[in-house]
Design a protein around this ligand. Sequence first.
Ligand code: SF4
Ligand code: SF4
Length: 332
Amino acid sequence: MKTVSSLLDQEWFARYQTISKLNIRSSIYDVTNRCNLRCKGCFFFSSGEDHAAKEEMDPEKWARFIDSEKERGVNLAILIGGEPTLCLDRVEMFNNRMPSYCATNGLIKVPRDRFPDMIVGISLWGDETDEKTLRGKDTFAVSSRNYEGDPYAYYLYTITPKQIGKTEQIIKKIRDIGLKVHMQLLSNDEAVDGFFWKKDELEGICAEMDAMLDAYPDTVISSKYYHKIITTGKMLGRSFGWAECPSVTESLDNRNPQPKRLIHFIRWASDLKTTHRCCTSATRDCSTCKDGAAHMSWVMVNKRAHMRSTEDLQNWIEVYEMFAKLYKFIPW
Ligand code: SF4
Ligand code: SF4
């Protein structure tokens, strides 16, 4: 029987041991139903999730809820919305109680006197032209001023099909303000013309993401195996989709057979009672879902399947390390 230690040399085994101690238990929270943007393709608004539940306004109820989540074993709160920075008191309640990650469009600066080391992921949807088309605003112009040199912030760069051949200019701009970047792909939930992926474009962007990782290893947080998986939707001959997705809310997961999944994962609406199907929207077609976190979690929960060769297990370790870096469980 193949064991982890028989497949890895000393250096890789040490890396494996570091991540195997982490035991990450994440859940996702809609901090608010409001946002200061309305992006075309936002899964939250396009699926009506902003109307799925009435926002809880009582701070005491938020505090009690977060405590109960901690008791449930959650050790990573992923704060989304809507725009969490519109409700910094709620963000602070999470951050004071457990490791928290705040997803933001970057238009409002998270004040570092209140949140000295909270990880902030700033969304960026392509270059200035794409951003104006899809989000109505060049957000980078604002977010780069707000976060320049911030050691706890990185860009979550959603690549669109129009970005092929242009990613380097974005990576360089991010490097020049001293931030890191992680890449994922647009799912185009609102069917914006010209923003659907074609097979040859996915192959092209995979090669381009690999090249960016090689050229800017100090700026890009990624792995080539992850690039392959998000661009092909395939892992070890299996296809990503509803039957395999690990990021389904545990209490709504009636799949049979059960795939490997995130333990105790729930995505909560802002009334603190309603739950959503998964880490994106219930109306998204799983067969076209490009969600980066769901794909990397897919790899992470399938360790045993990657124990068929040294290369497969090293790929698994690199994806796990990438996830752990993005949430600062291990250093960048
Ligand atoms: S900034 Fe985020 S939450 Fe707000 S509309 Fe855009 S994608 Fe949706
Ligand atoms: S839409 Fe994506 S994240 Fe949600 S269940 Fe389907 S595959 Fe998973």
